[in-house]
Design a protein around this ligand. Structure first.
Ligand SMILES: Cc1cc2nc3c(=O)[nH]c(=O)nc-3n(C[C@H](O)[C@H](O)[C@H](O)COP(=O)(O)OP(=O)(O)OC[C@H]3O[C@@H](n4cnc5c(N)ncnc54)[C@H](O)[C@@H]3O)c2cc1C
Length: 635
């Protein structure tokens, strides 16, 4: 084992941090000089060098990020009712605000923005968040190495959604200076054009009997592609059939009858029992996350058909264009962290001065020391988990609400005229136990989707060039998706240099337990993420890259420079589907029942929209603000 660990580089001093019982332990150099982006961005976009270090610049922090242990350490206390009685005496509360927002993700930041737009910039607003960085899921991962900066997305990757952006969400993006239609100008095609890299499937020996990379995924005719795969002849034949023009497997049924049946069966059942696919082909569909951790066994067949999955084109379903993800797309190198940072630049200009736009935000350095400054109309207080929210008096007649939070081990509280909860729906009944029982039940309904986005800084990518691969699909492995940084050039940044230079590899996983109902799979995945050490994630990364890049000169011990694991046990908002959720009228859906305003408290965040996307986070913020305004008679 020791020899294997050494071969993989588990003993190497890379940039990582491990956590023992919730305490961060620095395992290698984390003090990084902070002028990297200047070296790489176009002239004019360079930030002032404020001496960025891991101490003062959270995006540089490596190791275990996302819902990292100390950020969620109060969650268990909340669940066990530790703060049922408001934990700070009223007489000790001296700070007060017009609005307190719990949660500094896209939804919380948008809520503050909308509130100021409605009532003026002199409104005093405090945003409290339990993490040490802004943006919630929209997180920036930054690696400064040898004078250059490499940017990755730690969560929310892009402005993109299967549902149309609302007028309000589009208008907000425009206000922030983001011109979504200009994205094609910033796509870097170098990997495909200069190096002829494309997608490959990696078949692993656990599921397919042999480790094998088959390049040309999506480019080679399916017959030739699957002929190279370690699959039986029957499995190959059926996969080729399903990828081609299919016969009508439900012949004799009317279209509506077909749709009704497909809505009530899983994609797996459709493939095996309706399309009669050989069971040996099933592992190819493992890890095919589709949307919201709906796997081949939990994804309704009708939804698979609407997504354009294989096997349905002979059924004559006449599907409307429900999903049009490609139509509204914009990817910043750090994902929607740039959207969050643009919002912060408008809320707290001192932290990101100069009203940055989409072109300048990528190269801007956020001054975290300016986020929570006395005298600023908006303050953002990080590393401050909120533990209790309670009206002064009865919710119907109260004019003030108190908000308790913990910071640096101490309990504090502030007072506000209004409060918006833009955190996680399932926490709200613990934060506000006075909420009616029926509403609590509705708030407890969703189980967020567990996700992992890991960024690995590699010393070079010649092994990828040798294989002709920039993107792996690896069904059944811990990370079913891995890809070289797409190298988006917005803001003059480019993460792609020559193959001998460093690059980021993004690896993505949705832990789950096939066979269980979807919510149970989500719970199992959450537990898996919460109990795994950084070392376990690191080992997975090293082993998987070593296996996928076998036969090249890839050396995991020497080529891996840094690893940041963004584990999100509380990832995507839960969305409904026709297999797992009862059919009820829209107004009786749990997210609608759960998000009712309660006195001076209204509820934002994407859970409240039962849709896991940035536009939803903005729309729910808009609604939550609107509710507070209407309550004040400001219609
Ligand atoms: C890995 C990943 C990839 C994604 N990719 C995309 C994408 O490409 N495009 C897209 O549109 N959407 C994507 N999403 C969905 C994403 O959830 C939304 O786009 C959006 O960022 C959600 O914003 P939010 O503010 O509603 O929630 P969050 O971002 O979760 O913000 C909630 C905030 O509340 C904080 N909080 C929780 N409890 C407390 C407490 N007690 N006290 C204080 N603060 C608290 C949380 O830590 C967090 O900062 C992705 C999500 C994940 C996890």
């Amino acid at each position: 084992m020791d020899a294997l660990f050494r071969k993989l580089g588990m003993d190497r001093p890379i940039t990582r941090r491990d956590f023992l019982n919730g305490m961060a332990v620095t395992a290698a150099s984390t003090q990084i000089p902070g002028n990297g982006l200047m070296a790489q961005t176009a002239a004019g976009t360079a930030p002032a060098d404020i001496g960025r270090t891991t101490e003062n610049y959270p995006p540089l922090r490596s190791g275990l990020r996302g819902n990292y242990p100390t950020s969620i350490s109060e969650f268990e206390n909340l669940r066990t009712g530790k703060y049922k009685a408001f934990p700070v005496p009223a007489a000790e509360i001296t700070e007060s605000y017009d609005l307190v927002v719990v949660g500094g993700g896209i939804s919380g930041l948008s809520a503050a923005h909308f509130y100021r737009k409605a009532l003026g910039e002199d409104q005093r607003i405090l945003i409290l968040d339990n993490q040490d960085d802004i943006g919630g899921h929209a997180k920036r991962n930054q690696f400064d190495h040898a004078g250059k900066t490499y940017l990755g997305f730690g969560g929310t990757m892009a402005i993109a959604t299967p549902y149309p952006y609302s007028y309000g969400a589009k208008a907000l993006l425009k206000e922030l200076g983001i011109e979504v239609s200009r994205y094609p100008e910033f796509i870097n095609h170098e990997l495909e054009t200069n190096y002829k890299l494309g997608s490959a499937m990696f078949f692993d020996k656990e599921h397919f009997g042999a480790d094998r990379v088959v390049p040309g995924l999506g480019r080679t005719p399916w017959k030739d592609f699957f002929a190279k795969a370690p699959l039986s002849e029957a499995a190959q034949r059926d996969l080729v059939r399903l990828h081609g023009k299919n016969p009508d497997y439900m012949v004799g049924m009317a279209v509506e009858e077909k749709k009704a049946k497909l809505a009530k069966m899983s994609y797996q059942d459709y493939l095996l029992h309706v399309a009669k696919m050989d069971a040996g082909a099933l592992p190819v569909f493992l890890g095919d996350g589709e949307r919201n951790n709906k796997r081949v066994d939990t994804l309704p067949a009708l939804e698979a058909a609407e997504h354009g999955s294989i096997g349905f084109n002979g059924l004559g379903l006449k599907l409307e264009e429900t999903y049009n993800e490609g139509s509204f797309f914009f990817h910043f190198p750090d994902g929607n962290a740039s959207v969050a940072r643009l919002l912060v630049s408008r809320l707290v200009p001192a932290a990101l001065p100069g009203e940055p736009t989409m072109n300048t935000i990528v190269g801007s350095t956020l001054d975290y020391s300016k986020l929570d400054v006395e005298g600023s109309s908006v303050r953002i207080r990080l590393s401050s988990p909120v533990v209790r929210v309670k009206h002064e008096g009865s919710p119907e007649s109260a004019t003030l609400v108190n908000i308790a939070y913990r910071q640096n081990g101490k309990l504090h509280a502030v007072r506000a005229h209004n409060c918006i909860l833009a955190c996680y729906n399932r926490l709200i009944p613990y934060l506000v136990p006075e909420i009616p029982e029926k509403q609590k039940e509705a708030l407890f309904y969703p189980v967020k989707v567990p996700m992992v986005y890991t960024n690995v800084l590699l010393k070079r990518w010649t092994p990828f060039v040798k294989l002709g691969v920039s993107r792996f699909s690896s069904p059944g492995m811990f990370y079913p998706h891995a890809q070289l940084d797409p190298g988006t050039t917005v803001g003059g940044y480019s993460g792609v240099g020559t193959p001998e230079e460093p690059i980021l590899v993004h690896m993505m996983a949705n832990p789950n337990k096939p066979g269980l109902p979807r919510k149970e799979q989500n719970r199992a995945g959450q537990q898996e993420l919460l109990s795994a050490s950084f070392e376990k994630f690191e080992l997975d990364v090293r082993q998987q890259l070593d296996r996928m890049l076998a036969g090249t000169d890839f050396n995991p011990a020497k080529d891996i420079l840094a690893i940041t694991v963004n584990r999100w046990p509380y990832g995507y908002a839960y969305t409904y589907d026709s297999l797992a959720d009862p059919e009820v009228p829209l107004e009786e859906r749990p997210h609608i029942l759960g998000r009712h305003r309660f006195g001076l408290i209204s509820i934002a965040n994407s859970d409240a929209g039962a849709a896991a996307f940035t536009n939803q986070a903005m729309d729910e913020a808009n609604r939550a603000v609107e509710e507070l305004l209407v309550r004040q008679g400001l219609t």
